[in-house]
Design a protein around this ligand. Sequence first.
Ligand SMILES: NC(=O)c1ccc[n+]([C@@H]2O[C@H](COP(=O)([O-])OP(=O)(O)OC[C@H]3O[C@@H](n4cnc5c(N)ncnc54)[C@H](OP(=O)(O)O)[C@@H]3O)[C@@H](O)[C@H]2O)c1
Length: 291
Amino acid sequence: METIGFLGMGIMGKAMAINLLRHGFKVTVWNRTLSRCDEVVKHGASLGETPAAVVKKCKYTIGMLADPSAALSVVFDKNGVLEQICDGKGYIDMSTVDADTSSKINEAIICRGGTFLEAPVSGSKKPAEDGQLVILAAGEKDLYDQVLPAFDVLGKKSFFLGEVGNGAKMKLVVNMIMGSMMNVFSEGLVLADKSGLEQQTLLDVLDLAAVANPMFKMKGPSMIKNDYSPAFPLKHQQKDMRLALALGDENAVSMPLAAAANEAFKKARSMGLGDLDFSAVHETVKHTKTT
Ligand SMILES: NC(=O)c1ccc[n+]([C@@H]2O[C@H](COP(=O)([O-])OP(=O)(O)OC[C@H]3O[C@@H](n4cnc5c(N)ncnc54)[C@H](OP(=O)(O)O)[C@@H]3O)[C@@H](O)[C@H]2O)c1
């Protein structure tokens, strides 16, 4: 496969780009804060000065950016993707955004003759490092088929979900469920502790019960040690809850549990925990006052 461009060297983008390099892909990277490219360059990546410079050099360019405003800025701003996208080039946005954002990017890219795929991912830092993401792609099927070799390296499974917007929606539904689960898990850990039970024993019991799942297994031990080193930053989880609630508004779906979970993530952000792992929402439950 040709050289792949990669825009956004955050937690996920860096792990994914290094994984592509390890599997023999040539990768050209760019990040708003250029110094965050250093590690990937040490692994053999080339550096692009701007998103436009990366797209100029590469037939396929992937974006992995914080949120809708970052995803739009990298495409539409000066020196952005749009300046160089053209017939024969594809842009793949793997950021978690809403369907409207994806559609705006799709339309602009098609107007310039390029092709577009949205492809948000399920899975966090470790699955990104290990090529174990779940890829939720939608948009131009030909482009999907062309970049499958890269998706096969990045993920354990790719879904093609049809028209642009379906990937974004699927990702938001998944993260809405995950964020709500994280809140009730935190409440359970605190309830066990306050009522005189060992939290580790609760984790052992949960792991054997019908509600066992990889997230409780992975996050539980660090949460009971108050270790919230960021794999999935809490500010991004709150963004996903907000976007999922907006999707609920559009479709008149009542989601009181997700709304409550969103409040808890907002509270955590107001406590200065936005850059920690999303499991730090646990702190909002621990710090509920008792009389
Ligand atoms: N971490 C996870 O577990 C996980 C899992 C699945 C999906 N996601 C999604 O994947 C995306 C990236 O997540 P992450 O964890 O890698 O986040 P991150 O570590 O916070 O990285 C965010 C990236 O976006 C860039 N960025 C932010 N604002 C920008 C702007 N206005 N213009 C250009 N670039 C901008 C940052 O550049 P700077 O370095 O210059 O700030 C950085 O490269 C998010 O949409 C997130 O929801 C994350």
